[in-house]
Every structure is written in structure tokens, then in C-alpha cells.
Design a protein around this ligand. Structure first.
Ligand code: NAD
Length: 287
């Protein structure tokens, strides 16, 4: 069998950012204000600082104005909720992103619920999740949305396909399964209690792995010709970054596969830009 096509997430993410920028430029040329994204960071988690920096960089590149709010670790929940209320009311802000994790004394569920669902570009608000399940317009979590875009770019036929999503987290596995269902795939969600995981995954024409276990799925769990999207970001015993799929053995069996790094990773931020653009259009009544 020919080795799998490598799905180039870096290139596809650059294409998405290019599309966002072109659309922002088009709207600005017609006199619209720039899309606005508020980023909120509480505390000193170094990884969170890097994530927010990268999101703001992508915003700048695409013509989205990002307004950053950096709050000390000692910020109270009430203070954070007050900031969110201000951002909800600010007509120049289309998207509000509160970087997780929050310090332990703040309940992230309360904070995420305080964000106006019409500005919930991360898609974490219960209202956004309900809209996704009901098939209503709303915002979808950026990582699964990015996975779907990769499948679309690869022209993978989802209608009637058997799809297995491994992992049932609220931010990746569950919304991913909903998106695939919406596209008429026959969807199975596998998780830590699934019996004989390889046998379940072997049924799949499309595999989405979102587990967080280095190289959990080997080539013998992949149906010949399947398309494999690997969301996992792990470090192996040697400290090398790797996915949830054993790339070497799986790429010998799959028809197409995402690498780690350079697959799903770059898509998440690109889809955040796209969600912000969508919010801008909805809020300004543009089509
Ligand atoms: P999570 O820990 O919230 O969920 C993991 C899921 O995997 C759980 O539902 C659990 O049931 C399942 N699971 C655990 N062990 C299992 C096993 N042995 N067999 C089958 N299922 C098992 O994680 P998450 O937030 O969904 O993230 C999953 C992975 O994706 C992580 O590696 C994370 O770093 C990565 N991630 C990447 C991006 C990106 O932008 N590329 C974004 C989010 C998450």
C-alpha cells in the first residue's frame, strides 16, 4: 500500500488565516470597523502566556484588533466577572477569550457562563454547546472545527462514513462527534472505559484521536485506507513531541494522516480567527 498522504495543517491554517485577512480587508474597505477580540489572562502560567501571545499574533496578522487584559493571580472571581460584563457591553468587541486554566479560587464554569454567547468565540458556553447539538447558528470549539476543516480540505466524504472519535472531553471529543454527526457520518465515541479500543477504531473510515496518551493507537488499529486526525499533544519517554497515534505504523496503513506537530495544532488558532470573523459579520449584520 502507498504510504499515507500527510495532511499539512500548517499550510491549511495559513490558508484559513489568509482567507480571514482577505475578508477583514474587504469589510474594512467598505467602511466597517475592525473585528475585535478581547483576550483575558489571569495569573502567571507560562504556557497560557505563550498561547495568548500566539493568538494575539494571529489576530494582528489577520487584521483583527486584539485587546488584551492581563490580571494578577489574586484577582477575585467578582473582579473577573465585572471585566467580562464590560466586554459583553463593548460594541467594538466581537469575541471574548478567557484563557484557561484559571487560578483555583475562580470557578471557570461560572466565568465561561458569564460570556455573552454571541461573543463566545471559544464555543465553551453551555448555550453554544446546545446550539451545536440542536444545529443552530453558534460558535463551535476551535480544535474540532479545525479537524473538520482538515477533513474538508482533504475532500474526505463524511456522509455515511464510519467515524470513531477517541476521547470525550467537552472541548474536543464531544463537539467533534457532533460535527461529524451533523455531516451525516455514523459516529462512535470511544473513551477510557471502551472495551477493546483497537477493535472499535479498526471499524473507522475516519479516526479522530483526542486522548492525551503518547502513541496509544498503533497501525494495527487502523483500517487500511482510513483517514487519521491526531489531536493529541504528548511528550514521549525521550521528551519528543508526539500524538496519540503511532505515526510510523499508522501512516503505513492510513490513506491520509496528520503529523504531530504540524497537523491539528496550527488549526486551533486559525479557527479562533474564523470564529471572530463570523461574530463580526453577525453582529454588524453583514452576510
Ligand atoms: P482530556 O484529558 O480532557 O480528555 C481525554 C479523553 O481521552 C477522555 O475523554 C478519556 O475518556 C479519554 N481517554 C483517556 N485514556 C484513554 C484510553 N486509554 N483509551 C481511550 N480513551 C482514553 O483531553 P482533551 O482536552 O480532550 O485533549 C486530548 C489531547 O488533545 C491532549 O493530548 C491535548 O493536549 C490535545 N489537545 C490538542 C489541541 C490542539 O490544538 N491540537 C487542543 C486541545 C487538546
Amino acid at each position: 500500500m502507498a504510504p499515507a498522504r500527510i495532511i499539512d495543517g500548517k499550510a491549511i491554517a495559513a490558508k484559513v488565516r489568509g482567507e480571514v485577512k482577505a475578508e477583514v480587508d474587504r469589510r474594512r474597505a467598505k467602511g466597517a470597523r475592525a473585528p475585535g477580540l478581547a483576550t483575558v489572562l489571569v495569573g502567571n502560567d507560562p504556557a497560557s502566556h505563550t498561547y495568548v501571545k500566539n493568538k494575539r499574533k494571529a489576530a494582528a496578522e489577520t487584521g483583527i484588533e486584539s485587546v488584551h487584559h492581563e490580571l494578577p493571580d489574586a484577582t477575585t472571581q467578582a473582579e473577573l466577572l465585572a471585566l467580562i460584563a464590560t466586554l459583553n457591553a463593548d460594541v467594538t468587541i466581537d469575541g471574548i477569550l478567557v484563557q484557561l486554566p484559571l487560578p483555583k479560587h475562580i470557578d471557570d464554569r461560572v466565568v465561561l457562563r458569564a460570556i455573552d454567547p454571541d461573543k463566545d468565540v471559544d464555543g465553551f458556553h453551555p448555550e453554544s454547546v446546545a446550539r451545536l447539538v440542536l444545529g443552530l447558528p453558534g460558535f463551535v470549539s476551535c480544535t474540532p472545527l479545525g479537524c473538520l476543516r482538515l477533513l474538508d480540505e482533504e475532500r474526505v466524504e463524511l456522509k455515511g462514513a464510519r467515524a470513531v472519535v477517541v476521547g470525550r472531553s467537552n472541548i474536543v471529543g464531544k463537539p467533534m462527534a457532533q460535527l461529524l454527526l451533523q455531516r451525516d457520518a455514523t459516529v462512535t465515541i470511544a473513551h477510557s472505559k471502551t472495551r477493546d479500543l483497537p477493535a472499535v477504531v479498526r471499524e473507522a473510515d475516519v479516526v479522530i484521536a483526542a486522548v492525551g496518551r503518547a502513541r496509544l493507537l498503533k497501525g494495527d488499529a487502523i483500517k487500511p485506507g482510513a483517514v487519521v486526525i491526531d489531536v493529541g499533544i504528548n511528550r514521549d519517554a525521550e521528551g519528543k513531541m508526539c500524538g496519540d497515534v503511532d505515526f510510523a505504523s499508522a501512516s503505513a496503513v492510513a490513506s491520509a494522516i496528520t503529523p504531530v506537530p504540524g497537523g491539528v495544532g496550527p488549526m486551533t488558532i486559525a479557527m479562533l480567527m474564523q470564529n471572530t470573523l463570523t461574530s463580526h459579520a453577525r453582529r454588524l449584520g453583514l452576510s
